[in-house]
Structures are given as structure tokens and as C-alpha cells.
Design a binder for this molecule. Structure first.
Ligand code: ATP
Ligand code: MG
Length: 338
């Protein structure tokens, strides 16, 4: 609506984590470097935590976009409150493998066989778990077990765990010691500072052809920083409303008073401001996530115990044929995808 009034080619402050809008603040760049460093290590866990709306999912999308698919196969899952078996099933499904009707031992076999076949083609396998704060300790433990898959000296699966600050609590609990030993790097993504907040807003505007219409007064940028604390999602929510209000009253210049007016409205509607934890009302993306979570239910089947994970290249053919059998069995009962 306001885009055409201000001569913009699109909406600058959408709430979806679109990597084409990516702005590399010092924190985002740092987190990105940790992920890239982790990728080079090709084993273990990288843990990224960050405040709600700080840009974690955006980082993940940005990384996925940059990955060379001829070198890395990435599977991504958004976690819900999962128990250990559901975790395994979702990991299997994250790589597009059938999973629905399989029991634990079969799931492990399917996954291991897949990992070996990808690795033996010279590619690496990366698992990205977003919203890791929702993982139960047992689900985290299951992930740790998966990091035991090996081909000779090489780990077959590497994992990035991305979550809100509570996930640090999970990681620090005494029974997570074994997992902690496998974490090769971790980083906490904080908010942007005031200078970055302004640069972030300008960057997003320029991405949709902003030609200084509307013009933001310096104090408006300050007021935006004060209200949002430099958290990207809050900035987007506020700026979107600000632009709309500007358009409705035909303004060419946005001042601090305009920011205050809109931020008061957001607070009156129960939205978040600095220091208020949790997601604000009218936060489109969190609603989207909530819907997605609600639809992410998986069929549970009874699990069975398995032996050691180690696998040798010698029995690859045998594993592959078992995998094919598992695939066709699952296809005939569960349809094209588990
Ligand atoms: N570096 C960035 N460059 C451009 N936009 C960003 C950046 N970081 C975050 N955003 C924007 O901020 C909003 C929130 O980002 P994102 O969804 O990635 O946050 P999050 O940390 O994953 O949030 P949550 O804790 O709810 O999972 C999105 O609209 C996203 O586009
Ligand atoms: Mg996220």
C-alpha cells in the first residue's frame, strides 16, 4: 500500500526471514563466521543462541543460500517439544527420507545408510535444528547419539543448533556434559547497536529502491532504536507501522514524534517494547511459526534398541540395498514422503 506512494519496489519491513534483505551487523557477521568456521570443521556441534527476533533464522537461511549443493547436503528442522524418537524421525524426514512407518532401528539404519552414501560421494551432511530451545533433554541426547555416526575417522553428520536464550540453560544442565564436549563453537547473537540499527533500516529500504522518500530524521532513528533495543523483528514491526502511518497522513518526512505515536499504539495493543520479553502482539511471523508447529505432529511407533553406530565402507552395498528395501516398504504403506 505505502510502497507505491513512496515509490518503493516492495515492502521493506516484512517479518519473514528473507535472506535477500540480509544486513551484516557486527553480531550477524560474527555469528555467520562461526557457522562457516563450523562448516569447515565438518564435525561436532555449533550452537547459536540469540534473543527472540534477533535474526537467527535469517542467519540460517542466509547460510543455506550460500552452501554449495555439490559439496554439502543440508537438512533443516524446526523443533517442537519432541521426545527422542520423534527427533530421530524428523531428522530422517529432514533429509527427504521416508520415516513415518519405520521403527527406531529402521530409522537409524535408513539415516546411517544415507549418510554413508552421501559421504562416499564426497559430500558432507549438515543438520540444522532451529528453535532448539524447544528440544527436550532426551531429544538433545538423541542428536548427540547421531553425532556418533562415523565412516573411518570421519564424522558423518554435523549439526548446528539454533535457539532462543533458554537453550543455553539446556546446554548447561549437568547431563549435557557429553554434548558440551562436542560443541566446537558457540555464539550468542545480541541486539544491534544504535548505529547499526540505522544502517539496518537504510539497508532494508535501499533494497526496495528507497530514494529518501520518506526521509527519516536523525531523531527518528534514535527513537526507533530506543523503542526496539536494536532487535530486528521489533524494528521491522515498528517501521512497517511507521511507514503506513506516514502514508496515511501523506508525510514525506518522518520525525521522532511519529515514531513515538506509532510505538505508543503498539504498546497499547499489547505489543513489546524494549525490556519486555516474549513476542509482541501482531507479530505475524510468530503466528506463522505457531501454526506450523501445530501442524507438525508425527506418528509415533514403538522404538527398539540398536547396537553401536560404527559402520565400515565394506558393507555399504548391503546397507544401500537395505535402504532401498526400507524405502519401498515405506512407500507402499505411507505414500511418497514420510
Ligand atoms: N541480519 C539481518 N538482516 C536483515 N533482516 C534481518 C536480519 N536479522 C533479522 N532480520 C529480520 O528480522 C526479523 C526476525 O528475524 P528472524 O526470524 O531471523 O529472528 P529469530 O532470531 O529467528 O527469531 P525467533 O527467536 O522468533 O526464532 C525478520 O523479519 C528478518 O527478516
Ligand atoms: Mg527463528
Amino acid at each position: 500500500m505505502y510502497e507505491s506512494f513512496y515509490g518503493l519496489t516492495g515492502k521493506p519491513f516484512q517479518l519473514n526471514p528473507d535472506p535477500s534483505f540480509f544486513y551484516g551487523s557486527s553480531g550477524h557477521k560474527r555469528a555467520q563466521s562461526y557457522l562457516e568456521y563450523g562448516l569447515h570443521q565438518s564435525e561436532g556441534f555449533i550452537v547459536i543462541t540469540g534473543e527472540v527476533g534477533a535474526g537467527k533464522t535469517t542467519l540460517v537461511r542466509n547460510l543455506l543460500k550460500k552452501l554449495d549443493p555439490t559439496k554439502v547436503v543440508a537438512g533443516q528442522l524446526v523443533s517442537t517439544q519432541l521426545d527422542a524418537q520423534d527427533m530421530l524421525r524428523l531428522v530422517v524426514a529432514a533429509f527427504g527420507l521416508p520415516s513415518r512407518t519405520l521403527e527406531k532401528s529402521q530409522l537409524l539404519l535408513v539415516l546411517e545408510t544415507y549418510l554413508v552414501s552421501v559421504t562416499s560421494k564426497g559430500k558432507r551432511v549438515l543438520l540444522i535444528v532451529d528453535e532448539a530451545q524447544n528440544l527436550t533433554p532426551r531429544a538433545v541426547e538423541e542428536l548427540r547419539m547421531l553425532s556418533n555416526f562415523q565412516l573411518g575417522e570421519h564424522a558423518l553428520l554435523q549439526s548446528f543448533l539454533v535457539g532462543q536464550p533458554e537453550f543455553r540453560g539446556t546446554m548447561l544442565s549437568p547431563h549435557m556434559q557429553q554434548l558440551r564436549q562436542r560443541v566446537i563453537a558457540s555464539y550468542h547473537l545480541g541486539p544491534m547497536n544504535e548505529i547499526e540499527t540505522r544502517a539496518y533500516i537504510e539497508h532494508r529500504l535501499q533494497h526496495v529502491g528507497w530514494n529518501n522518500r520518506p526521509r527519516f530524521e536523525a531523531e527518528a532513528f534514535q527513537a526507533i532504536y530506543q523503542f526496539t533495543g536494536g532487535i530486528p523483528r521489533r524494528i521491522n514491526t515498528l517501521c512497517d507501522r511507521l511507514m503506513l502511518a506516514g502514508f496515511l497522513s501523506g508525510k514525506e518526512v518522518l520525525a521522532a514524534a511519529d515514531v513515538s505515536e506509532v510505538s505508543d499504539e503498539i504498546v497499547a495493543e499489547g505489543g513489546s517494547s524494549v525490556g519486555v520479553q516474549g513476542r509482541g502482539a501482531g507479530d505475524g511471523e510468530s503466528q506463522e511459526i505457531a501454526t506450523r508447529k501445530a501442524s507438525e505432529t508425527v506418528t509415533r511407533t514403538q522404538g527398539s534398541d540398536i547396537g553401536p553406530f560404527g559402520i565400515h565402507a565394506a558393507n555399504l552395498e548391503e546397507r544401500l540395498s537395505l535402504l532401498e528395501q526400507a524405502f519401498s516398504a515405506a512407500m507402499s504403506t505411507a505414500g511418497p514422503r514420510g
